[in-house]
Design a protein around this ligand. Sequence first.
Ligand SMILES: [Zn+2]
Length: 238
Amino acid sequence: MLGHSHATSGAFAWSVAAATLPISALTYPVLTTADVHLGPVDLLLGAFLTAGAALLPDADHPNGTISHVLGPVSHYLCRFISWISGGHRHATHSFAFVIAVGYGTWAGEHWLGRYFTLSLVFFLLALAVRALHICPSGDGVEAWGTVVILAAAGTFAMDHWITDKPVWLPFSVGLGALAHLAGDCLTDRGCRLFWPFPLRTCVPIIDRTGNKVETWVLSPLFTLGTLAVLWHVFTTSP
Ligand SMILES: [Zn+2]
Protein backbone atom coordinates (compact mmCIF):
# COMPACT_ATOMS: atom_id res chain seq x y z
CA MET A 1 0.00 0.00 0.00
CA LEU A 2 1.02 3.59 -0.51
CA GLY A 3 1.93 5.98 2.28
CA HIS A 4 -1.17 8.13 1.89
CA SER A 5 -3.49 5.09 2.07
CA HIS A 6 -1.81 3.98 5.29
CA ALA A 7 -1.96 7.47 6.82
CA THR A 8 -5.62 8.09 5.97
CA SER A 9 -6.61 4.59 7.16
CA GLY A 10 -4.85 5.33 10.48
CA ALA A 11 -6.73 8.61 10.94
CA PHE A 12 -10.01 6.88 10.10
CA ALA A 13 -9.34 3.99 12.51
CA TRP A 14 -8.56 6.50 15.28
CA SER A 15 -11.70 8.57 14.73
CA VAL A 16 -13.95 5.47 14.70
CA ALA A 17 -12.24 4.03 17.81
CA ALA A 18 -12.40 7.36 19.66
CA ALA A 19 -16.10 7.70 18.85
CA THR A 20 -17.13 4.15 19.79
CA LEU A 21 -14.73 2.53 22.27
CA PRO A 22 -14.97 3.02 26.05
CA ILE A 23 -12.39 5.29 27.65
CA SER A 24 -10.74 2.32 29.39
CA ALA A 25 -9.78 0.91 25.96
CA LEU A 26 -8.55 4.24 24.56
CA THR A 27 -6.27 4.83 27.53
CA TYR A 28 -4.87 1.29 27.79
CA PRO A 29 -2.49 0.35 29.48
CA VAL A 30 -2.97 3.30 31.85
CA LEU A 31 -5.66 2.61 34.43
CA THR A 32 -7.95 5.59 34.35
CA THR A 33 -10.81 6.71 36.48
CA ALA A 34 -14.18 7.46 34.95
CA ASP A 35 -13.76 11.25 35.04
CA VAL A 36 -11.09 11.26 32.32
CA HIS A 37 -12.48 11.85 28.86
CA LEU A 38 -11.03 12.78 25.51
CA GLY A 39 -11.75 16.36 24.56
CA PRO A 40 -12.13 17.61 20.98
CA VAL A 41 -8.48 18.74 20.89
CA ASP A 42 -7.27 15.27 21.90
CA LEU A 43 -9.42 13.75 19.15
CA LEU A 44 -7.96 16.05 16.52
CA LEU A 45 -4.36 15.59 17.66
CA GLY A 46 -4.95 11.84 17.80
CA ALA A 47 -6.14 11.77 14.19
CA PHE A 48 -2.90 13.37 12.93
CA LEU A 49 -0.65 11.32 15.20
CA THR A 50 -2.35 8.01 14.34
CA ALA A 51 -1.97 8.92 10.65
CA GLY A 52 1.78 9.25 11.26
CA ALA A 53 1.95 6.08 13.37
CA ALA A 54 0.35 4.15 10.50
CA LEU A 55 3.66 4.56 8.64
CA LEU A 56 5.84 3.08 11.40
CA PRO A 57 5.87 -0.59 10.24
CA ASP A 58 7.53 0.50 6.98
CA ALA A 59 10.61 1.54 8.93
CA ASP A 60 11.97 -1.75 7.55
CA HIS A 61 11.82 -0.39 3.98
CA PRO A 62 14.97 1.56 2.93
CA ASN A 63 13.08 3.22 0.03
CA GLY A 64 9.65 3.75 1.62
CA THR A 65 7.91 6.95 2.73
CA ILE A 66 9.36 6.79 6.21
CA SER A 67 12.91 6.43 4.90
CA HIS A 68 12.87 9.85 3.20
CA VAL A 69 11.02 11.72 5.93
CA LEU A 70 14.04 13.25 7.70
CA GLY A 71 16.64 12.95 4.92
CA PRO A 72 19.83 10.93 5.49
CA VAL A 73 19.05 10.45 9.22
CA SER A 74 15.88 8.44 8.63
CA HIS A 75 17.33 6.71 5.58
CA TYR A 76 20.25 5.16 7.48
CA LEU A 77 17.99 4.36 10.43
CA CYS A 78 15.59 2.51 8.11
CA ARG A 79 18.45 0.58 6.50
CA PHE A 80 19.54 -0.47 9.96
CA ILE A 81 16.01 -1.49 11.02
CA SER A 82 15.55 -3.38 7.74
CA TRP A 83 18.76 -5.31 8.37
CA ILE A 84 18.02 -6.09 12.01
CA SER A 85 14.34 -7.04 11.50
CA GLY A 86 15.05 -9.47 8.67
CA GLY A 87 13.99 -7.40 5.64
CA HIS A 88 10.75 -5.84 4.43
CA ARG A 89 7.46 -7.11 5.95
CA HIS A 90 8.99 -9.29 8.61
CA ALA A 91 9.26 -8.34 12.30
CA THR A 92 7.80 -4.83 11.93
CA HIS A 93 4.66 -6.19 10.24
CA SER A 94 3.52 -8.34 13.15
CA PHE A 95 1.30 -8.19 16.23
CA ALA A 96 4.52 -8.29 18.26
CA PHE A 97 5.50 -4.93 16.72
CA VAL A 98 2.09 -3.40 17.49
CA ILE A 99 2.46 -4.41 21.13
CA ALA A 100 6.07 -3.20 21.21
CA VAL A 101 5.29 0.32 19.90
CA GLY A 102 2.22 0.65 22.16
CA TYR A 103 4.06 -0.35 25.30
CA GLY A 104 7.18 1.50 24.14
CA THR A 105 5.15 4.72 23.94
CA TRP A 106 3.69 4.11 27.38
CA ALA A 107 7.14 3.38 28.84
CA GLY A 108 8.67 6.46 27.18
CA GLU A 109 5.92 8.74 28.51
CA HIS A 110 6.11 7.17 31.92
CA TRP A 111 9.89 7.15 32.41
CA LEU A 112 11.12 9.99 30.19
CA GLY A 113 8.14 12.37 30.38
CA ARG A 114 7.49 15.46 28.31
CA TYR A 115 10.64 15.42 26.15
CA PHE A 116 9.78 11.95 24.96
CA THR A 117 6.17 12.93 24.27
CA LEU A 118 7.13 16.02 22.26
CA SER A 119 9.85 14.16 20.33
CA LEU A 120 7.37 11.46 19.42
CA VAL A 121 4.79 14.09 18.41
CA PHE A 122 7.40 15.73 16.15
CA PHE A 123 8.34 12.43 14.52
CA LEU A 124 4.75 11.27 13.96
CA LEU A 125 3.75 14.68 12.56
CA ALA A 126 6.73 14.53 10.20
CA LEU A 127 5.51 11.14 8.95
CA ALA A 128 1.95 12.44 8.52
CA VAL A 129 3.16 15.53 6.57
CA ARG A 130 5.23 13.35 4.28
CA ALA A 131 2.59 10.66 3.72
CA LEU A 132 -0.22 13.15 3.10
CA HIS A 133 1.95 15.01 0.54
CA ILE A 134 1.91 18.36 2.37
CA CYS A 135 5.54 18.82 1.22
CA PRO A 136 7.54 18.65 -2.06
CA SER A 137 8.20 15.08 -3.26
CA GLY A 138 11.60 13.43 -3.68
CA ASP A 139 14.36 12.90 -1.15
CA GLY A 140 16.18 16.24 -1.52
CA VAL A 141 16.69 18.85 1.16
CA GLU A 142 13.69 20.90 -0.06
CA ALA A 143 11.46 17.89 0.72
CA TRP A 144 12.71 16.90 4.17
CA GLY A 145 13.48 20.53 5.09
CA THR A 146 9.80 21.37 4.55
CA VAL A 147 8.82 18.31 6.61
CA VAL A 148 11.07 19.42 9.48
CA ILE A 149 9.68 22.99 9.45
CA LEU A 150 6.02 21.90 9.33
CA ALA A 151 6.44 19.17 11.96
CA ALA A 152 8.31 21.58 14.25
CA ALA A 153 5.54 24.19 13.84
CA GLY A 154 2.92 21.54 14.61
CA THR A 155 4.85 20.38 17.67
CA PHE A 156 5.09 23.95 19.00
CA ALA A 157 1.34 24.35 18.52
CA MET A 158 0.62 21.05 20.25
CA ASP A 159 2.96 21.98 23.09
CA HIS A 160 0.22 24.32 24.34
CA TRP A 161 -2.45 21.63 24.34
CA ILE A 162 -0.87 18.29 25.01
CA THR A 163 -0.25 16.99 28.52
CA ASP A 164 3.09 15.52 29.66
CA LYS A 165 1.74 11.99 29.43
CA PRO A 166 -1.29 11.87 27.11
CA VAL A 167 -3.14 8.75 28.26
CA TRP A 168 -4.43 8.03 24.76
CA LEU A 169 -1.06 8.21 22.96
CA PRO A 170 0.02 4.53 23.45
CA PHE A 171 -3.34 3.40 22.06
CA SER A 172 -3.07 5.82 19.15
CA VAL A 173 0.43 4.59 18.18
CA GLY A 174 -0.55 0.91 18.50
CA LEU A 175 -3.74 1.46 16.50
CA GLY A 176 -1.82 3.23 13.73
CA ALA A 177 0.56 0.26 13.41
CA LEU A 178 -2.40 -2.14 13.44
CA ALA A 179 -4.17 -0.20 10.66
CA HIS A 180 -0.97 -0.47 8.61
CA LEU A 181 -0.90 -4.26 9.00
CA ALA A 182 -4.56 -4.52 8.01
CA GLY A 183 -3.82 -2.53 4.85
CA ASP A 184 -0.77 -4.60 3.90
CA CYS A 185 -2.72 -7.84 4.44
CA LEU A 186 -5.02 -6.73 1.59
CA THR A 187 -2.12 -6.86 -0.86
CA ASP A 188 -0.82 -10.05 -2.44
CA ARG A 189 2.37 -10.12 -0.38
CA GLY A 190 0.51 -10.11 2.94
CA CYS A 191 2.21 -9.85 6.35
CA ARG A 192 3.79 -12.21 8.81
CA LEU A 193 1.39 -11.17 11.58
CA PHE A 194 2.53 -13.92 13.92
CA TRP A 195 6.25 -13.27 13.48
CA PRO A 196 8.58 -15.00 14.45
CA PHE A 197 6.37 -17.81 13.11
CA PRO A 198 6.62 -17.98 9.30
CA LEU A 199 2.84 -18.01 8.63
CA ARG A 200 1.92 -15.32 6.12
CA THR A 201 -1.55 -13.73 6.25
CA CYS A 202 -3.03 -12.19 3.13
CA VAL A 203 -6.46 -11.38 1.71
CA PRO A 204 -5.39 -10.08 -1.72
CA ILE A 205 -8.01 -7.51 -2.68
CA ILE A 206 -5.61 -4.84 -3.90
CA ASP A 207 -3.59 -6.08 -6.89
CA ARG A 208 -0.37 -4.21 -6.31
CA THR A 209 0.77 -1.18 -4.36
CA GLY A 210 0.15 2.10 -6.10
CA ASN A 211 -2.96 1.17 -8.01
CA LYS A 212 -5.64 3.71 -8.82
CA VAL A 213 -8.18 2.22 -6.41
CA GLU A 214 -6.03 3.38 -3.48
CA THR A 215 -5.44 6.90 -4.74
CA TRP A 216 -8.90 7.66 -6.10
CA VAL A 217 -11.19 5.53 -3.94
CA LEU A 218 -9.66 4.30 -0.67
CA SER A 219 -7.76 7.40 0.47
CA PRO A 220 -10.61 9.86 -0.30
CA LEU A 221 -13.10 7.55 1.46
CA PHE A 222 -10.88 7.29 4.54
CA THR A 223 -10.44 11.08 4.59
CA LEU A 224 -14.16 11.77 4.23
CA GLY A 225 -14.94 9.08 6.82
CA THR A 226 -12.51 10.67 9.30
CA LEU A 227 -14.00 14.14 8.77
CA ALA A 228 -17.55 12.78 9.09
CA VAL A 229 -16.87 10.94 12.36
CA LEU A 230 -14.95 13.89 13.88
CA TRP A 231 -17.72 16.26 12.81
CA HIS A 232 -20.28 13.97 14.41
CA VAL A 233 -18.31 13.80 17.67
CA PHE A 234 -17.74 17.58 17.79
CA THR A 235 -21.36 18.45 17.14
CA THR A 236 -22.84 15.89 19.54
CA SER A 237 -20.38 16.12 22.45
CA PRO A 238 -21.69 18.18 25.40
ZN1 LIG B 1 4.06 -2.10 5.15
